[in-house]
Ligand binder design. Structure first.
Ligand SMILES: [Zn+2]
Length: 317
């Protein structure tokens, strides 16, 4: 046995994505004690992905015991798709082939009975952005990552609103251009078909004639004054502002946190976006529109918060 200098209480945080999963051991003050990544290997099938998660978590439990003198007290897991957080079930995840996976129970069993919290990836990332990231201190916020698609997390008084069926916040499927491009959800003209990083990449690739050009290239061309890029950018920002104003009208958030690949364009995005939203509101109060602060670690940090919340609310037996 190696001597242990300090015993550090911690939790396991896991963020499961379609291609990779991120994990961390996080102390009560938010310190990241250990970080690791692993491939999701979804080609091996839905059950193999679950097994990978269980093995990964069990290794982290052991690593914590060896390195920090005690095993993790709880675990938080963020997963994509539709999540029933109350029952701890991953209801549906198209990219992982999951249907009704009782992930909370399986993890807790594998981890010797410690409490486990299951969350939706975007809502979990939003929890972290709202509490310890760009929205720190905001009682009401909306987190909107602009990536392959567009999702959303509605923050109210330190919690994320999941809705009655786990679909709350799906701002990417607000129809902003009726009869517009076909969306994977079955509608036409959804916000994410026009203003996601993927949509901007497609539009810019078509406009500049380079099939490999993406949204970051488009932002660069906007900065260097390319008129074609400016037109693509303007179209996307107009659609985005329309979608955001719908959300502002419904939710009256104090802070609007924009993340994902498109937000990496910085002020090239934020300056015209603030102006476009400002032009569209009438009676609504303008929220502060800020870039996300935690990048792709938001989901993992949020999973850690879920785990710590569990310990804070747990009634001792
Ligand atoms: Zn849609």
């Amino acid at each position: 046995m190696k001597p242990v200098k300090h015993v550090i209480a911690h939790v396991i945080a896991l963020d499961v994505g379609g291609t990779g999963m991120k994990a961390a051991l996080i102390a009560g003050d938010g310190t990241l004690l250990h970080q690791a990544r692993r491939a999701t290997d979804r080609e091996r099938g839905p059950e193999a992905v679950v097994e990978t998660i269980l093995d990964f978590a069990a290794e982290l439990l052991e690593l914590g015991r060896e390195r920090f003198g005690t095993a993790a007290s709880a675990a938080g897991v963020a997963v994509p798709g539709i999540v029933d957080a109350d029952r701890g079930i991953a209801v549906y995840a198209a990219n992982l082939g999951w249907r009704d996976v009782p992930l909370r129970e399986r993890l807790s069993t594998r981890l010797g009975g410690i409490p486990v919290s299951l969350g939706h990836d975007v809502r979990t990332g939003g929890l972290a952005e709202g509490r310890i990231g760009a929205g720190r201190g905001a009682d009401r916020f909306l987190f909107v990552p602009l990536g392959t698609g567009i999702a959303g997390a509605i923050g109210i008084a330190g919690r994320i609103e999941a809705g009655a069926h786990g679909y709350a916040g799906e701002i990417g499927h607000i129809v902003v251009r009726p009869g517009g491009p076909a969306c994977g959800c079955g509608q036409h003209g959804c916000l994410e078909t026009l203003a996601s990083a993927a949509a901007v990449s497609r539009a810019w690739a078509a406009a500049c004639g380079d099939p490999g050009a993406d949204a970051a290239d488009c932002a660069e061309a906007v900065e260097s004054g390319d008129d074609r890029a400016r037109a693509v950018w303007h179209t996307a920002i107009g659609a985005l502002a329309d979608g955001l104003v719908t959300a502002i009208t419904l939710l009256d958030p104090r802070t609007l946190i924009i993340g994902g690949g498109l937000a990496e364009a910085g002020e090239t995005l934020f300056t015209p976006l603030r102006a476009a939203v400002g032009e569209r509101v009438t009676f609504q109060r303008l929220p502060e529109i800020v870039p996300a602060a935690l990048g792709d670690t938001a989901g993992c940090l949020g999973a850690g918060l879920l785990a710590w919340d569990l310990l804070a609310t747990e009634v001792p037996a």
